[in-house]
Design a binder for this molecule. Structure first.
Ligand SMILES: [Zn+2]
Length: 243
C-alpha cells in the first residue's frame, strides 16, 4: 500500500475509535465524576507512553534539534490555548450552561487532536510499524477522551449518537495533521528530529496542562497516579516487546 494511504488509514481508524467513547452513555445518562477522572488518567497515561516511545526513538538522532523542537511543541500548545482563550478552561464543568462552553470544549479537543496527529505522522516517518503502534496507542487513548467529551455534551442535551459523532469530528484534525506531517517530512527528511521533538513536547505538555490537573480534581491523587503510570507502563512495555 502507498505509505501516505497507510497513514490516512491508520489515523482515520484512530479518529474513528472516538465513537466508542459514547458507549457508556447508551446505558446510563451520567457517569460518576471519579470515573471521568479515571478516564482522564487512562488517556494521560497512554499519551505519556506514546511520548516515551517517540522520545526513546528520537534520542539517538540530533538531540539539540529535538530539544528545540520540544520547546516549540510546548509553545505551540500554549499559544493555541491562549489564542483560543481556553488555557484555563475546566473540562469538567458538567453542569455549565453557557452556550460558548460547549464550543470551547470542542475546540480544545480539536487542537489537542491536532498535536496527536503530528505525533502519528512523525512516528510513521520513523517506520511504518512504529507509526502503526503509535496510532494504536492514540486510538485506544481517544476512547476515554471521547467519553469525557460525551459526558459534557450529553449533559448539555446533545443526543448520545450526535455526541459520538462530534467526538469523531473533533479528531478529524488528527487525520489531517498526520497526513500533512508525513507528507512534509517525507519531502524534507532533515526536519525529522525537529518534528519528533515537537510531538514529544506537545504531547507531554498536553498531559500536564490539560489532562492531569483535571483528573486530580475528579478522583484521589493516588488512584490517578497509579492509573496513569499503569497505562503508561503498558504502552511502553508493548513497544519494548514489539521493538
Ligand atoms: Zn489526547
Amino acid at each position: 500500500m502507498d505509505p501516505t494511504l497507510t497513514v490516512l488509514l491508520y489515523s482515520s481508524l484512530a479518529a474513528g475509535t472516538a465513537a466508542l467513547g459514547a458507549f457508556p452513555f447508551v446505558f446510563r445518562e451520567r457517569l460518576p465524576i471519579t470515573q471521568i477522572g479515571w478516564a482522564n488518567a487512562l488517556a494521560a497515561g497512554m499519551m505519556l507512553g506514546a511520548s516515551y516511545s517517540l522520545l526513546v526513538t528520537g534520542l539517538d538522532r540530533q538531540v539539540v534539534r529535538g530539544a528545540v523542537g520540544a520547546a516549540l511543541g510546548i509553545l505551540f500548545v500554549y499559544w493555541t490555548h491562549a489564542a483560543s482563550k481556553t488555557e484555563d478552561l475546566d473540562l469538567n464543568r458538567l453542569d455549565e450552561s453557557e452556550p460558548v462552553y460547549g464550543y470551547q470544549v470542542l475546540l480544545v479537543n480539536t487542537l489537542h487532536s491536532a498535536a496527536e496527529g503530528i505525533a502519528i505522522g512523525v512516528a510513521m516517518i520513523v517506520s511504518i510499524p512504529f507509526g502503526v503502534f503509535v496510532a494504536g496507542a492514540i486510538a485506544v487513548h481517544n476512547i476515554p477522551e471521547a467519553t469525557i467529551l460525551c459526558a459534557i455534551l450529553t449533559g448539555r442535551g446533545v443526543r448520545v449518537r450526535d455526541a459520538g459523532g462530534l467526538a469523531v469530528a473533533a479528531n478529524v484534525s488528527q487525520v489531517l495533521l498526520a497526513v500533512v506531517t508525513f507528507t512534509v517530512i517525507s519531502a524534507a527528511p532533515s526536519m525529522l528530529p525537529w518534528a519528533l521533538g515537537f510531538a514529544v513536547g506537545a504531547l507531554i505538555y498536553l498531559v500536564m496542562s490539560e489532562l492531569l490537573p483535571e483528573s486530580y480534581q475528579q478522583a484521589g491523587s493516588t488512584t490517578i497516579a497509579l492509573v496513569t503510570l499503569a497505562a503508561m507502563g503498558v504502552v511502553a512495555l508493548l513497544q519494548g516487546v514489539g521493538g
